[in-house]
Design a protein around this ligand. Structure first.
Ligand code: FMN
Length: 418
């Protein structure tokens, strides 16, 4: 497991200071935090072995209002906690004596092969979290061959990430009221190389998100003394943000008063996009978009057959990480019923924070897993290197747990469920 030279190092923190004599000793020693590896020798993996490590680092590096924007849910945040608690309830029986295996981590979604079964979910104003976040995430996704999704309210426009995001990128749509604006937006997304359209349907109205309000973030953001104080105490974020353009929803620039004074006073994001679409809207969208169409924010199995009939290509099970409604079910909880109700491919997000979580979702019927906050924690903690590190951590965790289960491929996972 470890080369002999490592396994014979002294363990200064062990009670006897004895020489490590076996792989097992080395294993225990090198997985303990008190090991002798110097700070310089540490690679990212030894400092940030799980996704919780960059998360903690991100919290330190971000001003409170930014952290609260990224991390908060709504209400008492019970839905966000439910996502995690329900994932922990999904258990497997590990396998023994299964011999050598080489797990196959690849999968297919909407006719495309992917080397890994996860991708990056859309996050509005990523550039507020860390400047250039959209570009870092899009490039990492393209390099890893996994899908990236750009939000309608991202801080970069589709044209800005054109060429960065790889062939399988999705454009996430908050539905505009105005059909001409919708048509223009779809055309721009298509020309910028976005092949898949993701309609988000779980934001019928603005969310209250009390922790975010307490953190001091306003809409539009204002530089109050409190916010300035938070910024001053986080120089890495402040310098990185000052070096870049101040974040705003650039996709909407052509349609908003912030860009053109001549537009009517209701030409702001809140009015342009805050429609609650209905089934007719979805049907019209289906006609307007020739590529794959995914509906994001589904929690009720009874909606699945109608989505299928309307010509949707895949369903994205999501409760928006608990940011919209605080009494929603955990996504993993509703997954089996939705799986039973439709043959459509299923994507799922909500609290996934390890390769094991992704395996839990796949075992219960998901075709693909998506992550929202974790890739942003990674960028905020580690800059451009963060998302690639996240991909590596998840790959290692997927592999390690497939070995524990003795599974060569994902189709074998349901049989391992407890
Ligand atoms: C800061 C933030 C902004 C988000 N913005 C959007 C958005 O613009 N459009 C959207 O469909 N979902 C948005 N989401 C939801 C994510 O796409 C995704 O559903 C959720 O974050 C997944 O849960 P996870 O963060 O636990 O991985 C946002 C989530 C966060 C944390």
């Amino acid at each position: 497991m470890f080369p002999t030279d490592i396994a014979t190092l002294h363990a200064p923190n062990s009670r006897q200071g004895r020489i490590l004599q076996s792989d097992r000793d080395a294993d225990l020693f090198f997985t303990s935090r008190a090991g002798p590896v110097s700070e310089d020798d540490m690679d990212l993996h030894s400092r940030y072995p799980s996704l919780d490590d960059p998360r903690q680092q991100a919290q330190k590096r971000l001003p409170r209002f930014v952290w609260d924007y990224l991390d908060s849910a709504t209400g008492t945040e019970a839905t966000a906690r439910a996502n995690r608690a329900a994932l922990d309830q999904v258990r497997f029986t590990p396998s023994i004596l299964h011999g050598e295996i080489t797990p196959d981590l690849s999968t297919e979604l909407l006719g495309q092969s992917y080397p890994l079964p996860f991708g990056f979910a859309p996050v509005g104003m990523s550039g507020l979290i860390w400047p250039g976040a959209e570009r870092h995430l899009a490039r990492t996704a393209a390099d890893a061959g996994i899908p990236y999704s750009l939000s309608t309210v991202a801080s970069l426009a589709p044209e800005d990430v054109k060429g960065d995001s790889g062939p399988q990128a999705g454009f996430q749509l908050y539905p505009p009221r105005d059909p001409a604006l919708l048509s223009d937006l779809l055309g721009r997304a298509r020309s910028a190389g976005f092949t898949t359209l993701i309609l988000t349907v779980d934001v019928p109205a603005p969310s209250r998100r009390e922790r975010q309000t307490r953190g001091g973030l306003t809409n539009p953001p204002q530089l109050t003394p409190r916010i300035l104080w938070q910024i001053m105490r986080h120089p890495a974020w402040a310098i990185a943000t000052l070096r870049n353009r101040l974040p705003r929803m650039r996709t909407l620039d052509p349609y908003t008063t912030s860009n053109r004074a001549a537009l009517p006073s209701n030409a702001h994001a809140g009015y342009l996009l805050r429609t609650s679409p209905d089934w007719d809207y979805l049907a019209r969208l289906r006609d307007a978009w020739t590529g794959p169409l995914i509906v994001k924010g589904v929690l009720d199995a009874e909606d699945a057959p109608r989505l299928e009939e309307t010509g949707v290509d895949a369903i994205w099970i999501s409760n928006h990480a608990g940011r919209q409604f605080d009494a929603a079910p955990a996504t993993i909880e509703v997954l089996p019923a939705i799986r039973a109700a439709t043959k459509l491919p299923l994507l799922l997000d909500g609290g996934l924070s390890s390769g094991l979580d992704i395996l839990r979702a796949i075992a219960l019927g998901a075709d693909f897993a998506m992550l929202g906050r974790a890739p942003h924690d990674a960028v905020a903690a580690l800059g451009p290197a963060g998302p690639a590190h996240l991909v590596e951590v998840l790959t290692k965790d997927l592999t390690a747990n497939m070995h524990q289960l003795g599974s060569h491929r994902y189709t074998e996972l349901p049989a391992c469920l407890l």
